[in-house]
Design a protein around this ligand. Structure first.
Ligand code: SF4
Length: 745
């Protein structure tokens, strides 16, 4: 007997709707859902491989608990008993900061990952929080926090309506988009060109996206902020800066003009290896386009000036009058956003409210740099306790953080470690308890985070496509029980966690004069919630209190879970619309064009005008069939062109006496790796490229397929000392390396 079920794809940020074929309880096929209000049938090779991802036989089926040094299969009760017994003594003896929490990127792709980790962190009271954001997009959060007063207020390019798109450090033909949720991103770029628009790509690699562009600027890695600063300078210099309707919302325009005066195109040309005329032409094109959007992504974030580059992306959108207007870059309005408050001064955004213990890195958005995790565990100082216990949720920092070898050793020194992970991987193999969530087809799905970054406002929810297998526990329940066990309430009913959140949220809402439920009885409201379980009731509450919600009856046509369930392919909420000053939460109530931390970091950028890399530098790369370290155990998603090789330019290869396919040794500050070379002119001279997420050759894992083609861990080339100081983001691009040929092993 075969049937179909809908499921939003969790394998990248595009959030395509899938139609799954289910046979005998197993997913056997995935197609694009043609009726999905957002993705309209689009699917990529990763989505098509959903059945293989879901049915991977190496997924753990039961919890593992370490007994006599060995991880053994255990019952859920035994696992949570072990957690309560292992974590609480650490908290009680050494204090809350001695328990670290590491959250990986997959948390943004699950409902459980959105709803429960904040409660875990708050319940523990720990400041030792490390996430994948600091090896990825933290600079964008910080620049948004400083500009707009809200680290989550990230404008996205209006892909379907813009006349001119400038992409910097982004390769959406492979990634399908990031910090910009857009099913069929490649098709939308082609549509831009078909309607006469212009695509410009700034990237040291001639990526598939760059090949589609009208103009490709092969900038020297790590100099994006200089290039963007000179573009902004030119707008001022040539009287092209025209914020237009934005002007009343801006603060600091004159100060910005002065701050950028040293960054002339001529001054940055040498460092960027881009001639001044090209930079001036870029500025003129941006200014002349009827509408334009500048969009920066990982290549411009994971560099020494990542926050400045991210800030300058929005500065360009503002100076050209393209922020917050159709065809430019707009702020989405998600269905589960908080009740909009009236415009006016907000609380602002603070950086460095506390610091890491060893290297004194400032916190950003409540997080410490993932690069500092190893030293926070293995280094004793006079100040505070090291991290002695770690809770790792859907993260594999041994592969994703700089200097995995050091972290590998540090994890072994922990008093206690928990991993919530479907696999026994390079990180979870160190845990004392491993809690495996069920495969995605057995979980419900709603995109809390990605809807706040979507190019069209819409809302979708899919219930589990297949029931939980016997012996499985829902990920939401796993995390609720983990919170209880880690915070001294082991054994309590896990639904108490959701009830507590609902009571607190409704209690606040009824006191908020801007809320549609102001003045009502929270108990009455809680009684009106629908849903089969706690997470669904929480989703119902968020939808009903949100900007499109029914306000618990105040707006009968508004959103609720029941209404969403009546629309299995989702509900379209319309195109992005101008929202300023609504999203602003700065203390001034305006866009702060030159916030103090940015101004204080500009001298460092000025010093970079004279810097020149005289050797090879490393950049990353993405493949369509890959996503971090998640998918290397799926045969359909590995092999072919998705291989862990070192790309280097033919002239560099000749100079180094390297031939295509030959093994090369790559050395960096943190170590060395040996892998095959791929000679290609898709990288510029002086640049080599290695994908991340590989290096599946450590013992004690259960990743049978990944171990056959393990690749090498690019992060082993880093020693963790290179960071963007404002955001704590690791520098992963433009890193100096040496390459030499070796005999094939
Ligand atoms: S583009 Fe992303 S969301 Fe869409 S099918 Fe592919 S992996 Fe899934």
């Amino acid at each position: 007997m075969s049937r179909t079920a809908l499921r939003i794809c969790p394998l990248c940020e595009a959030t395509c709707g899938l139609t799954l074929t289910i046979e005998e309880g197993k997913v056997t096929r995935a197609r694009g859902d043609r009726d999905d209000v957002f993705s309209q049938g689009f699917i990529c090779p990763k989505g098509a491989a959903f059945p293989a991802v879901d049915g991977d036989p190496d997924r753990l089926r039961t919890p593992l608990v370490r007994v006599d040094g060995e991880l053994r299969e255990a019952t859920w009760e035994e696992a949570f008993d072990a957690i309560a017994a292992g974590i609480r003594p650490v908290v009680e003896r050494y204090g809350p900061n001695s328990v670290g929490v590491v959250l990986g990127n997959p948390n943004v792709h699950t409902m459980a990952g959105a709803l429960y980790p904040p409660l875990l962190i708050a319940g523990l009271g720990t400041r030792s929080l490390f996430t994948a954001s600091t090896v990825d997009q933290m600079p964008k959060h910080v620049s948004s926090g400083l500009l707009f007063g809200d680290a989550g207020a990230i404008p996205v390019p209006d892909l379907d309506h813009t006349d001119y798109l400038l992409l910097i450090g982004a390769n959406p033909l492979e990634s399908n988009g990031s910090l910009c949720t857009a099913p069929d991103f490649p098709g939308r770029l082609k549509a831009l060109k078909a309607r006469g628009g212009t695509l410009t790509v700034i990237d040291p690699r001639r990526t598939r996206t760059a090949r589609l562009a009208d103009r490709h600027i092969a900038v020297r890695p790590g100099t994006d902020a200089l290039l963007l600063a000179a573009t902004a300078y030119t707008l001022f210099d040539e009287d092209l800066a025209a914020p237009g309707a934005l002007t009343p919302h801006l603060h600091g325009l004159d100060e910005l003009r002065v701050a950028l005066r040293d960054f002339t195109p001529e001054a940055v040309a040498g460092a960027c290896d881009v001639d001044a005329d090209t930079i001036r032409a870029l500025a003129r094109e941006l200014a002349a386009a009827p509408t334009a959007a500048v969009y920066g992504r990982i290549g411009s974030c994971t560099v020494p000036h990542g926050t400045l580059a991210s800030w300058l992306v929005d500065v360009l959108n503002i100076l050209t009058g393209n922020l917050d207007r159709p065809g430019g870059a707009l702020f989405p309005q998600a269905a589960t956003d908080k009740t909009p408050r009236p415009a006016g001064p907000g609380r602002g955004f603070a950086l460095g409210r506390w610091h890491s213990r060893v290297s004194r890195h400032p916190e950003a958005k409540g997080e410490l740099p993932l690069s500092a995790l190893a030293e926070e565990i293995d280094t004793v100082t006079d100040e505070g306790e090291p991290v002695r216990a770690l809770i790792v949720v859907a993260a594999n920092p041994v592969l994703s953080a700089p200097d995995g070898n050091r972290l590998d050793q540090a994890l072994d020194a922990l008093d206690f470690m928990i991993s919530v992970d479907p696999y026994l991987n390079e990180t979870s193999r160190h845990a004392h308890v491993v809690l495996p969530p069920p495969p995605p087809a057995q979980s419900p799905h709603h995109d809390f985070a990605f809807n706040t970054l979507a190019i069209r406002n819409q809302v979708r929810y899919t219930r589990p496509a297949v029931p939980l297998e016997p012996g499985r526990m829902a990920e939401t329940e796993i995390l609720a029980r983990l919170i209880l066990a880690a915070t001294g309430m082991h054994g309590a009913d896990p639904s108490a966690v959701d009830t507590l959140v609902i009571d607190q949220t409704l209690g606040k809402a009824v006191k908020d004069p801007n809320s549609p439920v102001h003045g009502r009885d929270p108990k009455e409201l809680a009684g009106l919630l629908t849903g089969e379980n706690g997470p669904e009731r929480r989703l119902d509450m968020m939808l009903r209190l949100g900007p499109y919600g029914d306000g618990f009856g105040v707006r009968p046509d508004g959103l609720s879970l029941a209404r969403l369930l009546d629309h299995p392919h989702g509900i379209d909420l319309g195109p992005l619309r101008p929202r300023l000053p609504g999203p602003l939460k700065t203390r001034s109530g305006k866009v702060e064009l030159l916030p103090e931390p940015i101004a204080a970091d500009l001298p460092r950028l000025r010093a970079a005008l004279d810097e020149r890399a005289d050797g090879l530098v490393l950049v990353g790369r993405r493949h369509l069939r890959s996503n971090n370290s998640w998918l290397h155990n799926v045969p359909a998603l590995t092999g072919g062109s998705n291989r862990c090789t070192l790309h280097l330019h033919p002239e560099d290869a000749e100079r180094l006496d390297v031939r295509d396919g030959m093994h090369v040794r790559v050395k960096g500050a943190g170590g060395e790796v040996t892998l095959p070379a791929e000679v290609t002119d898709s990288v510029r001279r002086g640049v080599v490229s290695l994908p991340h997420g590989w290096g599946h050759d450590r013992p004690g894992t259960r990743l049978g397929h990944a171990a056959k083609e393990p690749g090498v861990n690019v992060n082993q080339l880093l020693d963790g000392s290179l960071l963007d100081p404002l955001s704590g983001n690791a520098v992963l691009n433009g890193v100096p390396v040496q390459v030499s040929p070796v005999a094939a092993p």
